[in-house]
Design a protein around this ligand. Structure first.
Ligand code: ADP
Ligand code: ZN
Length: 225
């Protein structure tokens, strides 16, 4: 039996750069598993699990959830059968200890990271995107009051229920998330650049345009077929 080559990708960049949206487009195009720590933590909160209760204390303030909690979530998720074709890590790693824990886990499992896509964006674009984001409580779809408005204001196109604003998308918390990014996550750019894995793109353009650019970049490097 011939094994398909796995493709493992990390999305790095400030909150609001559009990592989640790109992840959605990329998982469809390449048939990968989307591993979003933010989504996993939000569903743990919804379930009311012990992990969720703990995580909520940090998330509501825009602080990082402790490394041990998120690392465990990711390692467990990557061990499931549906992760065997490759993953897109979205929102993880966010600290040096997370990056090192990931390296160790990959090594133990004979896996490697193929590319780290650094999606950068300018501050005014980030703030406009995050504070205008609205989410469907049923299907999780992200809208934006002006960039991606639902057909009927404040209501999900698919589920017909009221959209809400994430607590951490309120302006004060957005500011703190950006401070936390600068302080804890930005160092990872250098970490992956040194490993020769970093590819930088500009997230200010539309999601569709950015996807086209990323797709041709990956094709050009022979990372995807
Ligand atoms: P964004 O990338 O827009 O900030 P996410 O959904 O990725 O949004 O993350 C939301 C929150 O979840 C973060 O502010 C943080 O509290 C928590 N979180 C997500 N991923 C991690 C991580 N890898 N390490 C620590 N906390 C995390
Ligand atoms: Zn919906």
């Amino acid at each position: 039996m011939t094994e398909e080559k796995q493709f493992n990708l990390i999305l790095l960049g400030p909150p609001g750069a559009g990592k989640g949206t790109q992840a959605g487009l990329l998982v469809n195009a390449y048939d990968l598993l989307h591993v979003s720590t933010g989504d996993m933590l939000r569903s743990a909160i919804k379930e009311g699990s012990a992990t969720g209760l703990k995580a909520q204390e940090y998330m509501s303030k825009g602080e990082l959830v402790p490394d041990s909690i998120v690392t465990q979530l990711v390692v467990d998720r990557m061990g499931k059968p549906d992760a065997s074709g490759g993953v897109i890590l979205d929102g993880f790693p966010r600290t040096k200890p997370q990056a090192e824990a990931l390296d160790n886990s990959l090594k133990e499992n004979g896996r490697t990271i193929d590319v780290v896509l650094y999606v950068n964006a300018s501050l005014d674009v980030i703030i406009q995107r995050l504070t205008g984001r609205r989410v469907c409580p049923e299907c999780g779809m992200n809208y934006h009051i002006t960039n991606i408005p639902p057909r009927k204001e404040g209501v999900c196109d698919t589920c017909n229920v009221d959209l809400f604003q994430r607590e951490d998308d309120e302006p004060e918390t957005v500011k703190n998330r950006l401070v936390v990014y600068e302080k804890s996550t930005k160092d990872l750019i250098g970490y992956y650049r040194e490993k020769g894995l970093l590819e930088e793109v500009n997230g200010d353009i539309s999601a569709e345009e950015l996807f086209e650019e990323v797709d041709s970049l990956f094709r050009g490097e022979g990372l995807v077929k």
